[in-house]
Design a protein around this ligand. Structure first.
Ligand code: 4NP
Length: 150
């Protein structure tokens, strides 16, 4: 079993989408996918309704996910940790001095060539932002899913 953790700031917009999208592309017997936020603003909440809606549009149900905060124990619990943007990456990395743990952390979009390396934060924008974010994450998850099969 390979364990993958998707991380953003709030764990209500981008990382719940990343969790749902990657889960839809892998065998659940072989890959475990979870998500978390570096901030604790929304702990216990459901994903943002705009993320739920765009996921549903593409046949993925993320409505039952519950927001949680990233904790240092996640470094040993997960094999791969994908950060949505550079701030998330830095906020994760500073929580350990163990270089083996730090090596598990990557920027999600570093897995693909889409011209940018950060998933933009769609929280303060309109639904268009969520659509764009869905497709960026989906492209990265295609590559990750392929890579996990090898
Ligand atoms: P996320 O988006 O990091 O993709 O979940 C955000 C959600 C909430 C906030 C910021 C970004 N917030 O400031 O509450």
């Amino acid at each position: 079993m390979t364990k993958v953790l998707m991380v953003c700031l709030g764990n209500i917009c981008r990382s719940p989408l990343a969790e749902g999208i990657l889960r839809s592309k892998v065998d659940s017997h072989l890959v475990d996918v979870d998500s978390a936020g570096t901030a604790g603003y929304h702990i216990g909440n459901s994903p943002d309704p705009r993320s739920v809606a765009v996921a549903r549009k593409y046949g993925i149900d993320i409505s039952t996910q519950i927001c949680r905060k990233f904790v240092p124990e996640d470094f040993s619990r997960y094999d791969r940790i994908y950060a949505m943007d550079l701030n998330n990456y830095k906020d994760i990395i500073v929580q350990t001095n163990d270089s083996n743990h730090q090596k598990k952390v990557k920027l999600l979009l570093d897995t693909v060539s889409v011209g940018i390396n950060e998933v933009p934060d769609p929280y303060y924008g309109g639904t268009n932002g969520f659509e764009k974010v869905f497709h960026l994450i989906s492209q990265a998850c295609d590559t990750i899913a392929q890579n996990l099969k090898q």
